[in-house]
Write a protein that binds this ligand. Sequence first.
Ligand SMILES: N[C@@H](CCC(=O)N[C@@H](CS)C(=O)NCC(=O)O)C(=O)O
Length: 225
Amino acid sequence: MPSSHQAPPLLYAHPFSSYCQKVLVALYENGTPFEWRLLSPEHPRVLAEFAALWPIRRFPVLVDAGRAIPEASTIIEYLGLHHPGPVPLLPADPRAALEVRGMDRFFDNYISTPQQKIVFDSLRPEAGRDDRGVADARAMLDTAYAWLDQTMAGREWAAGDRFSLADCGAAPFLFYADWTHRIDPAFGNVVAYRARLLARPSFARAVDEARPYRAFFPLGAPDRD
Ligand SMILES: N[C@@H](CCC(=O)N[C@@H](CS)C(=O)NCC(=O)O)C(=O)O
């Protein structure tokens, strides 16, 4: 348990980043105090600190008690251990926790990874684009939406009745995936789940905080959500 005099964790992040929103949802679910370290060209010192903390330079990174923790899922598990709040995001039962981690891997690997591929490719100069890779990413999203549609039949949240780590990632990943490669309305369970996630106050807050940055969405942010 954190002691009362302990400084709050620092979050090196950007509000428009999906993986940062994944962690923000966990922080907001539990009302966990933290300090922003905004990754922006206007704050070169913060960028330099971040690069020194995590040479891989993928964000977010949490710094707590002198320790740097990268990777959104690991950060959320860390918060549950060291800064627990009223909403446990991993069930205490290891079998139930395995289901949550399995769904968390699904959203990282088969929704977010292809979604990022399409966006990152669009940022490349024309000559360096990877058309085949983008087509594969779009096909993967279609396959992932179809699987998720079946899986979510009768489920409120990704791993069942309780909001969990898996929903923290599902929220921003489905949010941006729909902007990038529209979810077919025939996948009604996925569309309804995405809407439930958007109505969840923790994610609604993260979405609102990111609104000022929508013009930066490389594919053009649609006028919805
Ligand atoms: N595996 C990482 C992925 C983090 C990630 O991809 N973050 C993106 C922002 S959403 C990023 O750092 N992009 C900057 C870049 O690729 O240079 C995690 O789970 O946290």
